[in-house]
Design a protein around this ligand. Structure first.
Ligand SMILES: Cc1cc2nc3c(=O)[nH]c(=O)nc-3n(C[C@H](O)[C@H](O)[C@H](O)COP(=O)(O)OP(=O)(O)OC[C@H]3O[C@@H](n4cnc5c(N)ncnc54)[C@H](O)[C@@H]3O)c2cc1C
Length: 415
């Protein structure tokens, strides 16, 4: 295998796992990021490692649900109306993806990728000495009523049809598994073979530190643009001068299309902003994460305390956070864990790099063989990063793909 000089833009979980897999192949790898590793979207996610997350966000019927969500100030979805004209092309593609036949295909692609998560993370976390961060004991999904559960029937069918092992529980079963949870939940689903990471920031930083110990380089620079020649990128223009490049991998999260556009691939990527609150209150702990689909959020036992994470806000990548969205999560938390103390609780906003079909872009640029894309993981960037990284390393090494790569093709929106 030919070893190369490879530059990765982005030190989030996708960039760091990709750089780690490339380094394992013997390439000279440099990661460039304006921030230290793991301090953007990969900092504060819910930590869920869900090999069965094969259900796209845009499902049949979404169009009838959106107005209700938007009109509910405590709902899980928000749109800054001034941003609507900019978001519209993406939203139209999002709605177009919510087609019955299309969601079956999307689910196939997501399941093929995400089912590899624990296997793909294993060598990286072992090498970095952070196996303690990965828990594999399943998680719970709870519905307040059977009616609400039934309204998600297609999503559960998509999972079950693809081999996800799920136990259905009644209200007593939910209470037995989650004794600390208040409120009445008529239906619970326990997902086997799922898990979580107890600190996504520490995971990214630990893998980054190991990558450097293994001979990789991390440069803290803002990339301002790409100097593109007839054969592809020649240099990155950065705030500390030009950086020559031979082979480029773009993992810049919600900013990736700024770079792919310069390379001739203006891909539909939107910053889908989410929020979290992390409570250090030790009186409440959970034995496993909990998902509440009606409010589209997760509560996860982190090593720092309990974290509730969720919300989808479309306001543009650079708009200031609106922590009223986090307060919506705070109210829900008070209902589920009455009296939980918010002393020392921290709030955070992150930008999910979301594609309209909930599927990441993994593959070569349309015009240049020396550029690969690995971005657009939306809600599944933690669970999807290590499998993505291994695929990118396989592509660059010329090894036969371990799964069908068509679902992730960067060209799928131009057909
Ligand atoms: C509330 C919330 C909950 C979530 N929960 C989960 C979950 O439970 N499980 C899951 O799998 N996923 C979850 N996600 C999604 C997941 O966090 C993201 O998909 C993932 O972090 C994306 O990783 P990334 O490396 O692509 O992007 P990022 O972590 O955003 O990294 C991109 C990097 O690129 C750098 N960059 C961008 N532009 C430039 C530039 N011009 N110059 C230099 N550097 C640049 C940024 O500084 C950043 O460090 C959640 C997200 C949110 C918001």
């Amino acid at each position: 295998m030919q070893t190369r000089n490879i530059t990765v833009i982005g030190a989030g979980i996708v960039g760091i796992t990709t750089a780690s897999y490339l380094r394992r192949d013997g390439h000279q790898v440099t990661v460039v990021d304006q921030r230290p590793p793991g301090e953007y979207c990969s900092f504060g996610n819910a930590g869920i490692l869900s090999p069965g997350s094969c259900v796209p966000i845009a499902m049949p019927g979404i169009l009838s649900q959106v107005p209700g969500y938007l009109l509910d100030p405590l709902g899980p979805l928000a749109l800054r109306w001034s941003y609507l004209p900019k978001a519209l092309p993406w939203l139209l593609k999002f709605v177009a993806a919510a087609d019955v036949k299309r969601v079956e295909k999307i689910a196939d692609g997501l399941r093929a990728l995400l089912s590899q998560t624990f296997d793909a993370y294993a060598p990286l976390v072992k090498n970095a000495g952070v196996e303690d961060l990965i828990h594999k004991s399943g998680y719970m999904v709870v519905y307040s009523s059977r009616k609400a559960y039934n309204s998600d029937a297609l999503g559960w069918k998509l999972r079950r049809d693809r081999g996800v092992v799920i136990d259905e529980l009644d209200a007593a079963g939910v209470k037995r598994r989650l004794p600390g949870l208040s409120g009445d939940y008529e239906v619970g689903l326990f997902l086997h073979d799922h898990g979580w990471c107890a600190n996504p920031e520490r995971l990214t930083k630990s893998l980054a530190a190991q990558f450097e110990r293994d001979g990789g380089k991390i440069l803290q620079r803002k990339v301002l643009g790409i100097d593109v020649g007839p054969d592809g990128p020649r240099a990155l223009r950065t705030d500390a001068g030009d950086l020559p490049v031979e082979h480029l991998v773009i993992c810049a999260g919600a900013h990736s299309n700024e770079f792919s556009s310069q390379l001739g691939d203006p891909l539909p990527l939107e910053a889908e902003r989410g929020y979290h609150i992390t409570y250090s209150d030790p009186r409440f702990q959970l034995p496993m994460p909990l998902m509440v689909p009606e409010q589209k959020c997760f509560v996860t036992p982190m090593e720092m305390g309990l974290r509730i994470a969720g919300q989808s806000e479309f306001a543009g990548v650079n708009a200031e956070p609106n922590y009223a969205r986090a307060d919506v999560l705070g109210k829900l938390m008070q209902r589920m864990f009455p009296g939980i103390s918010d002393v020392d609780a921290t709030k955070w906003m992150g930008r999910r790099p979301s594609m309209p079909d909930s599927t990441p872009v993994i593959g070569p640029a349309s015009r240049f063989g020396n550029v690969h894309y690995a971005f657009g993981h939306g809600h599944i960037g933690l669970v999807g990063s290590a499998p993505t990284a291994r695929l990118v390393a396989d592509m660059i090494a010329g090894r036969p793909p371990r799964i069908d790569l068509a679902p992730y093709s960067p060209g799928r929106f131009s057909r």
